[in-house]
Write a protein that binds this ligand. Structure first.
Ligand code: IVH
Length: 677
C-alpha cells in the first residue's frame, strides 16, 4: 500500500472514531474514552490532514470552523413556523389544559398520555439535515424568519455534522428540520465569565445570555471557543420518515446522534406529569444547566395534529413554569452576623415576602463593598432573589421609589457578639472580629463540625449549639464528646428521648472518613472537595498533619494558598490541642478501602438502592437495566442492601449507607459496571 492510500485510510478511520466518540459523549452521555484520548485522535487527524490537504472534506470533524467572519446575518426562513408555548403558572392551569385536550379529542373520561420535558433556558434553533448531512441552521426569530447561523452552529461539537446510522432501526430521513435549544451549562458559564473577568472583559449576566451572545457572533471562530450544548425536542419539515409519538421521536433523534434531554419522562396521565413537576422543582438547582419550567406535550402525534394550533401556540403542549424566584419588598433594617471564621456579614431584615413559594424575611448582603456597590440604604425598596436552597440575596435597589427617609448603613466597630474590635485587612472585602474565642465564632465552628458533609451529627443545628454555649454546657468542639444524658435532660424543653438521640448521633460520628474529618476542622480553603483530594493523597490523618508545604503542593489541584493554610493550621498550637482532644475522645478518621473489582454477572441477586439524580439516564431506565441483569431495586437502605448508586445531590441515604458500610458507587462506576456485566 502506498503512503497516500495509507494516510487516506487512517484519516477515514480517525473521522469514524471521532464521530463515534462525539455520539457517545453528546447523544448518549456515556463516553468510552477520556478527554485526553479524544484530543489525541483529533490531533492526529489534524496532522494528517495538514500533510495531505487534498484529503480534507467539508464534513471532516476538523472543518467545524470553515467560514470567515460575516458583515451581518442573512435571513433564515422556517418552512414550518416555530411556535411558542402558552404558560401555566399553577396546577389549576395544567388541569384545565388537560381537560381541554380531552374535550377536543372527544373522550372526556379517558387519560391522555403526555411526555414531559425540561424547558431549557437557552435559545431555540432549527437545524436542517439532508440525507443525514447538516446543511443549515437558523434562530427562531419571529417564528417565521430567523437569522442564518449555519457557520456558528457548525462549530458546536454537540451538533453532529452527519447523522448517525444506527445498526438497527430506521436510517436518517431524506430531509429533516430538527428543533432544539442551544444552551450553556452552569459550570461552563462560570468558567467563561471567570476568564472574561480576568481578561477585563464584561461578564454575561446568566447562561442564557452567554449562549445567545455566543451563537450570534459574526465571527464563527469566536463561537467555536464557547462551550455550547444542544438538546433537540421536535421537528418542522420531515420527508422520508414518520413518527407515531413524541416519545418515539425523542428516542429516534438520540439514535441518529442528536442529543436529547435524558430527563424526559413518559406519563400515563396529567396526574403523573404534575407529580414529576414537583420532583423537578426539587431537583432544579442541582441540574447542570438552567431550566425555567417543564413542557408537557401530548404523546401521540396524530392526537397533536387533531387538537391543532392557535395562531401563535399549539393546543397540544403547555409550558408549566416554576414560581418566579424574585419579588419586591422593603429593607426594614440591616443586621450583622458573625460567622465561624469571624467574618461579619451584613444581613437585610425584610418586610416578609413570598419568593418561589417560600416566605423570606432575611437576605444576605455579603459585605460592605456589596452594599456600597448597590447603594443600598435602610428603608429602601429592593428586589429579592432566591434560587433553590441558596440563601436569598438583595439583587437590586429600586432608587426611583426613595422617599428621602432612607438611612445609610455603617459596619459596627465592635463585634456584635463579643464586643471586641472589628478590623478590616487592607486586601480583604470583609470585616472581621479579632477575638478567636468570640462565642459567635465558636458556635459557627461547632455547627460546621456537625454539618451534613462534615461529621453529620443529626440534630445538632444552630439553635441547639447556641443554647449549649449560652448556658455554658460546652465551649469548644471536643466538649461535644463529654456530653452526658444527665446534663441534658434537665434543660427545659429537652426530653430524655431527644437527649438520647443526640448523644447517639454524637457517638456515631466518631467513626468517620478522613475526608469528612478534615473538612469538619474548618481549615481555611479546605472545602469538601479539597478534603477528598487530601484524604485520597495522604491516606491517613497522621500523614496529613505531618505534611510540609512542599509535600502538599505536589498534589494536583492544591495550590500555594491551600498548602499554606493546611500547614499553618497544624502548626498552630491551639489547633493541635483541639485535634488531639478529638482523637483522645475516640474520633477515628479512616480512608475507606478502594472499591473491589467487578465480577461477571455482578448484579445477579443483588439488592440495590438509588439515591440522587443520574445524569445519563432516568432512574426508571437504570432500574430496568438492573432488573434485566437480575438485581432487585428497593427504596430503603437496610442491612440487606448490597449496593447504593449515588447520583448528584444524594440524600440522607448516602450517609446511612456509609454508616452501614454498604458499597457505594458513583454514576461513572455504575455505568462502567453495566458495560461489564
Ligand atoms: S416545544 C410548538 N420543548 O420554549 C412548541 N420548547 O415558549 C415549540 N423550549 O421557543 C416548543 N425547551 O425555545 C419545546 N423541551 C422543549 C423546550 C422548549 C425550551 C423553549 C423554546 C421555545 C420556547 C417556547
Amino acid at each position: 500500500m502506498d503512503e497516500k492510500q495509507e494516510a487516506s485510510e487512517r484519516i477515514e478511520e480517525l473521522r469514524r472514531q471521532i464521530d463515534h466518540h462525539n455520539y457517545r459523549y453528546y447523544a448518549l452521555d456515556r463516553p468510552e474514552v477520556s478527554d485526553a484520548e479524544y484530543d489525541r485522535l483529533f490531533a492526529e487527524l489534524v496532522r494528517l490532514e495538514n500533510d495531505n490537504p487534498e484529503l480534507i472534506t467539508p464534513d471532516s470533524p476538523t472543518q467545524r470552523v470553515g467560514f470567515a467572519p460575516i458583515e451581518k446575518f442573512l435571513p433564515f426562513h422556517h418552512e414550518v413556523p416555530l411556535l411558542s408555548l402558552e404558560n401555566a403558572m399553577q396546577e389549576t392551569d395544567v388541569l384545565e389544559f388537560d381537560r381541554r385536550v380531552r374535550k377536543l379529542l372527544g373522550h372526556d373520561a379517558e387519560d391522555v398520555e403526555y411526555v414531559t420535558e425540561q424547558k431549557m433556558d437557552g435559545l431555540a434553533v432549527e437545524m436542517v439535515y439532508e440525507d443525514g448531512n447538516f446543511v443549515g441552521a437558523g434562530t427562531r426569530g419571529d417564528g417565521f424568519t430567523g437569522e442564518d447561523v449555519t457557520a456558528n452552529v457548525k462549530t458546536i461539537r454537540a451538533v453532529p455534522l452527519k447523522l448517525h446510522t444506527p445498526e438497527t432501526g430506521p436510517p436518517p430521513p431524506r430531509r429533516i428540520a430538527v428543533r432544539g435549544e442551544v444552551f450553556m451549562e452552569k459550570s461552563d458559564f462560570e468558567a467563561l465569565n471567570e476568564t472574561r473577568r480576568n481578561a477585563g472583559e464584561p461578564v454575561f449576566a446568566n447562561p442564557r445570555n452567554a449562549a445567545a451572545g455566543s451563537l450570534r457572533q459574526l465571527d464563527p471562530s469566536i463561537t467555536a471557543g464557547r462551550p455550547l450544548r444542544a438538546y433537540f425536542y421536535g421537528f418542522g419539515t420531515l420527508e422520508g420518515h414518520e413518527f407515531q409519538t413524541q416519545w418515539e421521536l425523542l428516542n429516534q433523534l438520540r439514535m441518529w446522534g442528536l442529543p436529547t434531554n435524558p430527563r424526559s419522562v413518559l406519563c400515563a396521565n396529567i396526574g403523573e406529569a404534575i407529580s414529576y413537576f414537583e420532583k423537578l422543582t426539587a431537583q432544579r438547582e442541582s441540574l447542570p444547566y438552567e431550566i425555567d419550567g417543564m413542557v408537557i406535550k401530548i404523546n401521540r402525534l396524530d392526537w397533536q395534529r387533531s387538537v391543532g394550533e392557535k395562531s401563535r401556540s399549539p393546543r397540544w403542549a403547555i409550558a408549566y413554569k416554576f414560581n418566579p424566584d424574585e419579588a419586591q419588598t422593603h429593607v426594614l433594617d440591616i443586621g450583622v452576623q458573625v460567622g465561624r471564621t469571624g467574618i461579619l456579614t451584613p444581613v437585610a431584615l425584610l418586610n416578609p415576602i413570598l419568593v418561589g413559594g417560600v416566605t423570606v424575611k432575611r437576605a444576605t448582603l455579603h459585605n460592605m463593598d456589596e452594599i456600597e456597590r448597590k447603594g443600598l440604604r435602610i428603608g429602601d425598596a429592593v428586589i429579592v432573589h432566591r434560587a433553590g436552597d441558596v440563601i436569598p440575596e438583595v439583587s437590586e435597589v429600586i432608587e426611583s421609589l426613595r422617599t428621602g427617609q432612607e438611612k445609610p448603613f455603617h459596619m459596627p466597630t465592635a463585634c456584635p457578639s463579643c464586643g471586641e474590635a472589628v478590623v478590616r485587612l487592607p486586601e480583604e472585602a470583609f470585616h472581621r472580629c479579632v477575638n478567636r474565642n468570640c462565642p459567635a465564632q465558636v458556635k459557627g465552628s461547632i455547627v460546621h463540625y456537625a454539618s451534613r458533609d462534615a461529621m453529620n451529627i443529626d440534630g445538632l443545628g444552630h439553635k441547639i449549639v447556641s443554647r449549649f454555649i449560652d448556658e455554658g454546657i460546652i465551649s469548644a468542639v471536643p466538649d461535644l464528646y463529654r456530653l452526658r444524658a444527665e446534663g441534658l435532660e434537665n434543660l427545659p424543653g429537652f426530653g430524655a428521648k431527644s437527649a438520647q438521640n443526640l448523644l447517639a448521633a454524637i457517638e456515631g460520628s466518631k467513626a468517620t472518613t478522613l475526608a469528612r474529618f478534615l473538612y469538619a476542622l474548618g481549615i481555611s480553603h479546605v472545602g469538601s472537595h479539597m478534603a477528598e483530594l487530601l484524604a485520597g493523597h495522604f491516606g491517613s490523618f497522621d500523614a496529613v498533619r505531618a505534611a510540609g508545604v512542599e509535600d502538599l503542593k505536589k498534589i494536583s489541584g492544591v495550590g500555594d494558598k491551600v498548602a499554606f493554610a493546611v500547614h499553618s493550621y497544624f502548626e498552630n498550637p491551639a489547633n493541635r490541642e483541639l485535634v488531639d482532644r478529638l482523637l483522645e475522645a475516640g474520633v477515628k478518621a479512616e480512608e475507606p478501602a478502594p472499591a473491589r473489582p467487578v465480577e461477571p454477572g455482578f448484579w445477579l441477586g443483588k439488592t440495590v438502592v438509588f439515591t440522587g439524580a443520574l445524569s445519563s439516564m432516568t432512574r426508571q431506565e437504570a432500574s430496568a437495566l438492573l432488573a434485566s441483569r437480575g438485581a432487585r431495586i428497593t427504596d430503603n437502605i437496610s442491612g440487606k442492601t448490597d449496593v447504593v448508586v449515588a447520583g448528584a445531590d444524594p440524600g440522607s441515604k448516602l450517609a446511612k449507607a456509609e454508616k452501614l458500610g454498604v458499597r457505594i458507587m458513583n454514576e461513572a462506576e455504575f455505568t462502567g459496571m453495566l458495560d461489564e456485566s
